[in-house]
Design a protein around this ligand. Sequence first.
Ligand SMILES: NC(=O)c1ccc[n+]([C@@H]2O[C@H](COP(=O)([O-])OP(=O)(O)OC[C@H]3O[C@@H](n4cnc5c(N)ncnc54)[C@H](O)[C@@H]3O)[C@@H](O)[C@H]2O)c1
Length: 391
Amino acid sequence: MTTRRRLGLAVVGFGWMGQAHSRSYLRLPTLFEDRAYDVDLIVCSDNVESRRHIAQSDFGFREVAEHWGAAVEHPDVDMVAICAPNMLHETLVTAAAEAGKHVFCEKPVGGTPSQTARAEQACRQAGIITGVGYNYRFAPLVLYAQELIANGELGQITNYRGRFFSMYGADPMGLLSWRFLIDQAGHGATTDILSHAVDLALMLNGPISRVVGIGETFIKERPLPSGAGTHYDRGRPGDQTGDVTNEDYFGALAVFANGSHGIFEASRAIVGPQSQMAFDIYGTEGALSWNHETLNELQLFRTSDPQQGYTTVRASERHPFHGAFVPGDANSIGFEDMVAIQDHELLTAVAEDRPHSAGMEQALACVSVQAAMLKSWETSAWEDVVSLRID
Ligand SMILES: NC(=O)c1ccc[n+]([C@@H]2O[C@H](COP(=O)([O-])OP(=O)(O)OC[C@H]3O[C@@H](n4cnc5c(N)ncnc54)[C@H](O)[C@@H]3O)[C@@H](O)[C@H]2O)c1
């Protein structure tokens, strides 16, 4: 058995993702017996009292705090997990890095590309280990797809299609939560869900050289929230409304450094696809398609076996990490299992004092593409992707 390092954790923001990561910290010991770390849930910060209460009474955090400063500066904390709304990310990441804590930050690390670039600089200068919430990277069949591509099984890549179509904002009665406001979320679909699609493309098919794109806001007003709602909550006819101030949709063409061509689309206000974070990748000798809605299946085509057409690969214990959750073949895993794999990989890197991917470096690469996309929307022209790294 590996010697385990005890890691004190703080979580800031105890909504959907703060609770998802905390649940994962609690169950990691039951999934990964051979691990390099043990975790202590030291402090949870949320500005909503009822959420602080759950953090302490149901999740077992030792302390709770209304202000995030108590979490970031706590002497027993080794890593801060930042799961608060986007516009708080830069401040929180910078404060944690300056306090010498390792950092996990939910994607997109800030609401704008320049905020991500400043957060990345602060982490680099502090020399800490970082993780960013690109959890779709850790689906066992996405990791298997990465292996197939890296081993040249698809030949030379010719085309890439990445999309994230979600219905979370398709109902005009969906509340005007922080996600729909530029001063709290930053950009809309581009920052929120397109970031996942671009990150996976960079991981699977390498750097993007240039892009051209366009955005749109379809639903311009939404009911105002009251209390601790999420972006899945609904208002009622007659509720007071407010203006949506960021985009529902973004679409782009892209050229990759390897010469392949790409198409990206993200919409939070589309009807039909419910959480379709998906990619299709085509090479001279094969093709792969994966969709988070059916995350335990990968479609694979090989020119060596053309009569077969596309075949379905079903996730099994033979694929990376899958067997930690369920043994055998075709026994399914789900969204929070990807989060657990991601958390396990980051905590292992922290315990072993080595870099983790996806961290701030990968977030910077992702927002450099996003910045070019947003610029192209403004100029209506192709734009080169230029690294936003601040030295
Ligand atoms: N990786 C993924 O798949 C995924 C999915 C959803 C959200 N996210 C990201 O996670 C982050 C949080 O999103 P969410 O859906 O969990 O949001 P949420 O609204 O459910 O939760 C945010 C929490 O932050 C708290 N908060 C707000 N201001 C605070 C402050 N000043 N100090 C402490 N806490 C504060 C809120 O009370 C709330 O509990 C966002 O950056 C989002 O982009 C990632």
